[in-house]
Design a protein around this ligand. Structure first.
Ligand code: SF4
Length: 351
């Protein structure tokens, strides 16, 4: 529930004071108390695409660390990016250490496989740099299918990381047979890789996932079908493929917003994704459509950004003492390659 608290007016007056020097961006999974202050709310792809048009000196990014890193990478000279809680990470992103990824790709390439890495945007800059160095690109849940098709134009096989669920769901959309997919065993610094399986596969997965989207179970779906037999159920593709197959559709946060907004008046739509997005849809649709969460799964890292921390961040910017997100300059060139390959492909595909 959105609330008016002591910070709401203070944030408003600081925003007025900072004027055009400040822009606040927020991911859809942020709480309403934060989202009500943002100039722009979006999914990862929309937030990245926005960066090009932003002229403000100070960019406050209400989201998690990898998103702020991507914003830094795309920021212009003289712009600074801030994260109200620098400890807001992403459990999925943490499942791929960059040095291990590099070792694994080198080993697979050394075995003679022409492999292209495709990294979900939920990865550290260090991982994006490894992917960029090896000729790969980044993708988001909005363009993962199209980027997977792109990756197959660059090599014979693709390594999709870190989310095996998103990878499997996209593979189903472009008809890659199950027997051509293999989830890597990356234990013991890549010593446990199964090269027979790798050679026989065209799509390899990193063994990662989003624990928030793995909360959902078949029982949740069965229970909802029983209670709301006329409802439509939609999931985010970070959910396991077995669940996606039981639903009426799956897609990115933008897709989930669209299906709820376009649903027939009086109907019920059940959505399986981070609960702040679902709650906002419920509120914004004013009962015209009943929107229910499949289960109340909240991302603890997204929840770290609060109205109080946003206020503190703006106050520090105003005083000139805010700490901007810093990125390792040695990672910029290769990190940018992986991001700009995605943005260039998306721009071409939308022409
Ligand atoms: S919802 Fe999942 S993928 Fe998104 S930030 Fe949280 S842990 Fe990461």
């Amino acid at each position: 529930m959105q609330s008016i608290n002591i910070y709401t007016d203070k944030i408003k007056s600081l925003r007025e004071k900072l004027g055009k020097d400040l822009i606040i961006m927020g991911h859809h999974y942020q709480h309403d108390d934060v989202i009500k202050h943002v100039d722009f709310a979006g999914d990862s792809l929309q937030l990245s695409q926005m960066m090009d048009s932003i002229e403000a000196k100070h960019i406050v990014f209400c989201g998690v660390h990898f998103m702020a890193e991507s914003a830094c990478l795309l920021a212009k000279e003289g712009q600074s990016v801030y994260l109200p809680d620098p400890s807001a990470s992403c459990l999925m992103a943490e499942m791929t250490p960059a040095d291990l990824l590099d070792i694994v790709i080198e080993k697979i390439k050394a075995s003679g496989k022409n492999i292209v890495p495709l990294a979900y945007v939920n990865t550290s800059l260090a991982v994006k740099a490894v992917v960029g160095k090896h000729g790969g690109a980044v993708c988001t849940s909005s363009n993962a299918k199209s980027m997977l098709e792109w990756a197959y134009t660059q090599g014979d096989s693709v390594l999709f990381l870190p989310d095996r669920n998103l990878g499997n769901n996209m593979a189903n959309l472009i008809d890659i047979p199950e027997e051509k997919r293999h989830t890597l065993n990356v234990k013991s610094k890549g010593e446990a890789l199964d090269f027979d399986k790798i050679q026989n596969s065209t799509l390899l997965f990193w063994p990662g996932c989003c624990p928030i989207h793995e909360y959902f179970t078949q029982e949740h779906i069965e229970q909802m079908r029983k209670t709301y037999p006329d409802a439509q159920i939609y999931l985010h593709p970070e959910c396991p493929q077995e669940l996606v197959k039981l639903c009426d559709g799956a897609g990115s946060t933008s897709y989930l917003i669209k299906v709820a907004e376009k649903a027939k008046e009086g109907s019920t739509v059940i959505i399986g994704t981070e609960v702040n997005l679902v709650d906002r849809l419920t509120k914004n649709l004013h009962g015209k459509v009943t929107v229910l969460p499949l289960f109340r799964a909240e991302c603890p890292d997204m929840a770290k950004v609060t109205e109080a921390l946003l206020y503190k961040n703006l106050e520090d910017i105003d005083k000139g003492i805010a700490h901007a997100v810093q990125i390792d300059k040695s990672l910029i060139e290769n990190g940018k390659k992986s991001l700009t390959r995605m943005l260039a492909h998306c721009a071409k595909a939308s022409q």
